[in-house]
Design a protein around this ligand. Structure first.
Ligand code: ACO
Length: 327
């Protein structure tokens, strides 16, 4: 029987930083409103000519080096993103091309903020079933290119960046991914969506004029569901692995809102000092959030060998997921 473990991580954040004060010059908002409601102070913004795959390539190079493997050891690429380079081909295919990797299966997952956890879940199954041996899983977004820069309800909440994890097969069942839990509820899909650009509403002059190719969110409604589903994802994943909140060495939650994170750790009984928080400097990078935080946590030595690490996410769809890993 094979199991999946993470052997390398890498992340990339674009050079340009935009602070809350910068947003104050563009929309009617304030640092006080943004920070007190969300915990966000600044976010990274991709350059005009920089694509989601460009950022994944930068993060991948670091992850491949960290994993100490040859790029041609990778036999599957999975990318979680809702801001792909193009509608098709997949961003994963561009990553394969730009990294110069041989023709291996590569595909995207559109599960919004849960995209990286969905990717890890699929990679885990592929490795366990023997279909793949070494998998590159990325979560990355250029959210600032999919925002209405005049809508203060959404524009201040998001940022750009990419994170990558390399997984490989192990025969040791006491290390690596111990449990995965995921879910989705399409009935609530309309509460957070990009209305135009697909077959439901193809691009037209009108859709562009009405800003329908950008994030549309009922913030308050999403907030209520996010709190409940994040708690569920975290606690169910721990339960499946035979653990409770007290066993967690580090919790890496999706970073959409500090208040959602605080409500989750309170319910799951995970102390704040065992929770990784970077929302202040990154804002919400959707699928990019957790792999970036995971890489930062490893580089800051907040994860030691043998540690139990819990990941949990919630996003558009609605989608959610929880994964428990032993490092
Ligand atoms: N600056 C100032 N005022 C603002 C701003 C802003 N940037 N944005 C909204 N407001 C105003 C609104 O116009 C509204 O004013 P009104 O009451 O006069 O109509 C008011 O502030 C709304 O305030 P609150 O109800 O207090 O806002 P809330 O506490 O709900 O916070 C937020 C809003 C931050 C969006 C919150 O609802 C949230 O975090 N929602 C969940 C986001 C999330 O988890 N998304 C899922 C992942 S994203 C993905 O999958 C792509």
């Amino acid at each position: 029987m094979k199991y999946a473990k993470i052997i390398g991580t890498g992340s990339y954040l674009p050079e340009r930083i935009m602070t809350n004060a910068d947003w104050e010059k563009i929309v009617e908002t304030s640092d006080e409103w943004i920070f007190s409601r969300t915990g966000i102070k600044e976010r990274h913004v991709a350059a005009e000519n920089q694509t989601t795959s460009d950022m994944i390539v930068e993060a991948s190079k670091k992850a491949i080096e960290d994993a100490n493997i040859d790029k041609d050891d990778i036999d599957l690429i999975i990318v979680g993103t809702i801001t792909p380079d193009n509608a098709y081909p997949s961003t994963a295919n561009w990553v394969q091309k730009k990294l110069g990797i041989k023709p291996i299966p590569s595909f995207d997952i559109g599960a919004a903020c849960s995209g990286f956890l969905y990717g890890l879940t699929v990679a885990n199954s592929m490795i366990k079933s023997g279909v793949a041996k070494t998998v590159l899983v990325a979560g990355a977004e250029t959210m600032t290119k999919a925002l209405n820069w005049k809508d203060r309800n959404t524009c201040v909440l998001f940022g750009d960046g990419a994170g990558v994890a390399i997984l490989t097969a192990t025969e040791n069942k006491n290390e690596g991914i111990l449990s995965t839990y995921w879910g989705a509820d399409g009935n609530l899909g309309n509460l957070l969506m990009q209305p135009a650009g697909g077959s439901a509403m193809p691009a037209s002059k009108e859709t562009v004029e009405k800003n329908l190719h950008t994030v549309h969110m009922s913030g308050n409604e999403v907030f209520k569901h996010a709190v409940l589903r994040m708690q569920e994802a975290a606690m169910k994943s721990l339960e499946l692995a035979g653990f409770s909140g007290e066993d967690v060495d580090l919790f890496i939650p999706h970073q959409a809102n500090l208040r959602i994170i605080n409500a989750t750790i309170k319910r799951a009984k995970i102390p704040l000092e065992k929770t990784f928080i970077n929302i202040e400097n990154t804002a919400n990078i959707s699928a990019g959030t957790i792999p970036i935080a995971l890489d930062q946590a490893r580089k800051q030595s907040r994860i030691k060998k043998g540690d139990i690490v819990l990941l949990a996410a919630f996003g558009a769809g609605f989608t959610w997921g929880g994964i428990t890993i032993k490092f």
